[in-house]
Ligand binder design. Sequence first.
Ligand SMILES: [Fe+2]
Ligand SMILES: [Fe+2]
Length: 151
Amino acid sequence: MGVLNRKELLAKLNFFYSLELQQVDLYTAQSKQMDDIYLSRALARIAVIEQQHVDNIAAEIRKRDAEPTRLGEVVAPVMGLAAGALTGVLGPKAVLKAGIILEGQAMKDYKDFIVRVGEPDLFDLLWSNLIDEDLHTAWFTNKLKDLEHCH
Ligand SMILES: [Fe+2]
Ligand SMILES: [Fe+2]
């Protein structure tokens, strides 16, 4: 443990670049599948915020003279769920649960990363992304609670 060297930092940034792309893919695909207009609009809006995360992480990678590289599906526990979600077989509750898993993993990984970053700018950026993920989790959790009460 301790502060990451350049190579470790780039590996971490590419992991987050991939994780954020996975979020964009899931929410964009699911937004189009939802009959619930509010859920559809919320997913579309959250996908825009995830794309901002993709872009801000990509900028950090390029700042270090490297190219962002997608590592594939980096969040294993959600892979099956996300694959189902991308082909449109999930209902709204399963979509929200997949989102909660994905966001929870992202938050955990951001927290682990933050404590190992020495640069103030990157430190602030990771905190911003982390808080966005927390807000997404809160919204998903709240919406899931509503759906479970209504249906
Ligand atoms: Fe994100
Ligand atoms: Fe998120």
